[in-house]
Design a protein around this ligand. Structure first.
Ligand code: 5GP
Ligand code: ZN
Length: 142
C-alpha cells in the first residue's frame, strides 16, 4: 500500500531524503524536519494508511512498540527529562500529512514549550453520561 503523492510514502521509497533513526520491514522512524523541540522524531508504518483507525491492529502494535523504543532513546540517548507522544487524525485535529504517524518529542526542563491545554467542563453529569453511553455503544460494535 503506497500513495504516489504522499510525502511519507515518498520518504519510505527513498525519493525524499530523511534522517533515519530506525527501520525494519514494516516500520520507519526518522527525524521531524520541523521539530517542536530538537530531537523530535516521527514513527510511521511503511504502508500507507491515513488515520489510526485505518491501520490493522497487528501493524499498529508494531508501530507503537517502535514508538516506545524511540521514547526510551529520547530519555537514554538525548537525556530528555520527559517525552510527549502526539498523534493526529484529520485536518481538524491538526494532521497535515495524511499518512498515519506518531510524534515522539523530547522535553527538557525549561524548554519553554507549552501545549496550551485548556480544560473544559460539562454542563452537568448527564451530558458526560450521554456522551459516554454513545461511546460504549460504538465500542460494542467496533
Ligand atoms: P502532523 O501535523 O500531520 O501531525 O505532522 C506532520 C509532521 O511531519 C510535521 O511535524 C512536519 O514537520 C513533518 N514533516 C512534513 N514534511 C516532512 C518531510 O518532508 N520530512 C520530514 N522529516 N518531516 C516532515
Ligand atoms: Zn503515505
Amino acid at each position: 500500500m503506497t500513495d504516489p503523492t504522499c510525502i511519507f510514502c515518498r520518504i519510505v521509497r527513498g525519493e525524499i531524503p530523511c534522517e533515519k533513526i530506525y527501520e525494519d520491514d514494516a516500520v520507519l522512524a526518522f527525524m521531524d524536519i520541523g521539530p517542536i523541540i530538537k530531537g523530535h522524531a516521527l514513527i510511521i508504518p511503511k504502508a500507507h494508511y491515513e488515520r489510526i483507525i485505518d491501520v490493522p491492529p497487528d501493524l499498529l502494535g508494531r508501530v507503537i512498540a517502535v514508538t516506545q523504543r524511540v521514547a526510551r532513546a529520547l530519555f537514554d540517548g538525548l537525556g530528555a527529562d520527559g517525552v510527549n507522544i502526539h498523534q493526529t487524525n484529520g485536518a481538524v485535529a491538526g494532521q497535515t500529512v495524511p499518512h498515519v504517524h506518531f510524534h515522539a518529542i523530547p522535553r527538557f526542563e525549561g524548554d519553554g514549550h507549552s501545549w496550551n491545554w485548556r480544560a473544559g467542563a460539562y454542563a452537568d453529569r448527564a451530558e458526560m453520561a450521554g456522551l459516554a453511553g454513545r461511546l460504549r455503544d460504538a465500542l460494542k460494535s467496533s
